[in-house]
Ligand binder design. Structure first.
Ligand SMILES: *Cc1c(COP(=O)(O)O)cnc(C)c1O
Length: 372
């Protein structure tokens, strides 16, 4: 009887599984904010990792104000070209094998050069046309880049290499631009400026945090990633406070509302025990959709105008929240995991990660819905 009643009720006829709604007009808004905050720089919109999980093609096609795109993998660059993108594209980490070089030429893809191996590959290959090269300098992050003491040699060899288009370009990357009290960023900026002083090519240093907090680092090109998606790069400032709008709202339906009694536990490992009678909402999203299994009890979920806490371990297809004893929430109501109502930054803080990871890690099971 109960089952038949449920199956014919309205709430069930409209339920959609986990869906990421992407507000593309917000992307245009965010890019115009970037332009306003860095008025003298060109914008290289960073769309690596499937546009930070927002959908590479959709993001690129809507980023009208971008002057170029930055990606991490040659496959990402080729996907952009295949979908008709003609703006410049830069491989931020450069090519990974010398066999990629002719592909860069054919598809008009620019590359970073950060190491001796890449330089030698360029010197030892015969290409039909020169490639636009950004010399990547390590100014203190010590992840990628040529150390300052080798800078002059790299410049000389790249300029002498017929496969390298003139003028050579110059880039570096900050390690702590989101930490405003540390001296590191100023030191990196000073070193980059002094190394490249008098150079003939364009320069780029700032990603989101740099362009927002370190105006002098904006130079010829800024490289915004996360802020373009409406997520703050800073721990203590939301995107909204910075004047940016989140692109992604992640939603999933409540598929059951259940009574549990004081002292009963919920979910795998009995990881949560209720201390009074309450109602549990079961939401159809889990780590199989990319919602982190590590989200602890208390991580907020937005349900019908309020935050409710995750209660019990996140499982593959579902998670459970404590709706409260007097809850009026129903099967079919839509929960928001993050988005306008609940900042991904806040959710990330509870989980002990950053919102970059949350938005990038959704799996292919999540439906993508684009609002134009
Ligand atoms: C990912 C990346 C960016 C963008 O960083 P955000 O913090 O997302 O703005 C810029 N430059 C390089 C080299 C990157 O790898």
């Amino acid at each position: 009887m109960l089952a038949r009643h449920l199956m014919t009720s309205n709430s069930m006829s409209y339920m959609k599984a986990a869906t990421a709604c992407i507000d593309l007009p917000a992307l245009e808004h965010n890019l115009s904010r970037v332009k306003a905050q860095a008025p003298n720089s060109k914008v290289m919109a960073v769309v690596k990792a499937n546009g930070y999980g927002h959908g590479l093609r959709h993001v690129a096609k809507s980023a009208h104000a971008a002057d170029a795109f930055g990606v991490a993998r040659i496959e990402e660059a080729l996907q952009l070209r295949a979908s008709g993108v003609v703006k410049p594209i830069l491989l931020l980490e450069g090519f990974y094998s010398s066999g990629d070089l002719p592909i860069l030429v054919t598809n008009n893809i620019q590359t970073a050069v950060h190491c001796e191996e890449q330089l030698e590959a360029l010197e030892q290959t015969k290409l039909d046309k020169p490639v636009v090269v950004w010399l990547k300098v390590d100014t203190g992050m010590h992840r990628l880049g040529v150390r300052p003491e080798y800078y002059a040699e790299f410049v000389a060899r790249l300029k002498a290499c017929p496969n390298v288009a003139s003028p050579l370009r110059y880039m570096s990357h900050f390690g702590c631009a989101d930490e405003l009290t540390l001296p590191d960023t100023q030191e990196q900026l000073d070193l980059f400026l002094s190394l490249t002083e008098g150079c003939d090519g364009e320069r780029s240093l700032a990603a989101s945090a740099g362009l927002l907090a370190w105006e002098l680092s904006q130079l010829d090109w800024v490289r915004p990633g996360i802020i373009m998606y409406g997520v703050s790069p800073f721990a203590d400032k939301t995107a909204e406070q910075l004047g940016y709008k989140p692109l992604m709202t992640l939603k999933a339906p409540i598929i059951a509302v259940r009574e549990v009694k004081e002292g009963e536990s919920v979910g795998y490992g009995s990881a949560w025990v209720c201390n009074k009678d309450t109602k549990i909402g079961v939401i159809a999203i889990g780590y199989g959709d990319g919602y982190p299994r590590m989200a602890p009890n208390g991580t907020p979920v937005w349900v019908n105008g309020r935050k409710v806490p995750i209660s019990g371990r996140v499982s593959m297809d579902m998670l459970t929240v404590d709706l409260g004893a007097d809850a009026k929430d129903c099967v079919g109501d839509v929960a928001i995991l993050w988005g306008n109502e609940l900042a991904a930054e806040e959710v990330a803080r509870h989980i002990g990660t950053i919102a970059y990871e949350l938005v990038t890690k959704l799996t292919s099971r999540v439906a993508m819905e684009y609002q134009k």
